[in-house]
Design a protein around this ligand. Structure first.
Ligand code: DGL
Length: 274
């Protein structure tokens, strides 16, 4: 079997997908990646499903033009809006999407109460609701959209007082109702896990689905015989429809990574470089 060094495409509305990229790269260090952040449109959460779907399709068309071998939809909102159609549009291309980790939370809760933090679009989606219906029978599932939290994280305010207040508004009522698991249903939110832990304490488990998503990427690479050459350190190409200089600063802050960032623009529904 010859190695396949083509990149894995990974995208989000902004910085959130970096929490997924971090986990995938930890498990698959030989792989090359193209990461796209559609920051001109962040947040996706309050947008209509049809718009998120159209944006996701445009990003995937661009990734396919760059010859990616697999796509990680590192955004719960985009997964809820578009994963089904993306899979149908590209039958030969493996996709890995995000799904709030309600199943492990519901299986492991002792109190019978779990909390989920996600965007409005994720909560409204069929994917989330069918997961709750299938796996959380007899468990109380509390939900909160944490308005403003995605914006705070995009601004790099992962440890400030306003961010903590947003989280307190979501988490304190959950604690009062006896929650013992809190699920990160938005890929931005793992960047504020230290603040969440300050609020909920050490007893409550905070579930970030990124490591499980990374394992699924590994399984699909094996199944389709797509692994990169072992032993070479993979490269990551970062691209944003927002401000590349700002994105670089956030990369250093959130991932301790220095890298060049390419600017992308939307032109007539297509992504183009520059
Ligand atoms: N990080 C995304 C998610 O997982 C989207 C956040 C947003 O743009 O609203 O849902």
């Amino acid at each position: 079997m010859s190695p396949d060094n083509r990149p894995i495409g990974i995208f989000d509305s902004g910085l959130g997908g970096l929490s997924v990229l971090r986990a995938v790269r930890d498990q698959l260090p030989d792989e090359n990646f193209i990461y796209i952040a559609d920051q001109i449109h962040v947040p996706y959460g309050p947008r209509p499903k049809t718009e998120v779907e159209r944006l996701s399709q445009g990003i995937v068309r661009f990734l396919v033009s760059r010859d990616v071998k697999l796509v990680v939809v590192a955004c719960n909102t985009a997964s809820a809006a578009s994963l089904k159609k993306l899979r149908a549009s590209y039958p030969g291309l493996p996709f890995v999407g995000m799904e709030p980790a309600v199943k492990p939370a519901a299986e492991e809760t002792s109190s019978g109460v779990v909390g989920v933090l996600a965007t409005p679009a994720t909560f409204q989606g069929e994917l989330y609701n069918s997961t709750v219906e299938r796996f959380a029978q007899g468990v109380t599932v509390l939900q909160h959209t944490c308005p403003g939290l995605v914006h705070q994280i995009e601004m790099g305010r992962v440890a400030d007082a306003e961010t903590k207040e947003i989280l307190e508004r979501a988490l304190i009522p959950m604690l009062e109702k006896g929650v013992d698991k809190v699920v990160m249903g938005c890929t931005h939110y793992p960047f504020v896990i230290p603040l969440i832990k300050e609020i909920v304490g050490a007893e409550i488990e905070v579930i970030d689905p990124a490591p499980a998503v990374a394992r699924q990427v590994g399984r699909l690479l094996d199944r389709h015989d797509l692994r990169a050459k072992a032993g070479g350190r993979g490269q990551i190409q970062f691209m944003t429809t927002g401000d590349p200089a700002e994105f670089s600063r956030r990369l250093i802050q959130l991932l301790r990574l220095e890298s060049q960032v390419t600017r992308l623009a939307w032109v007539n529904g297509e992504l183009v470089e520059g």
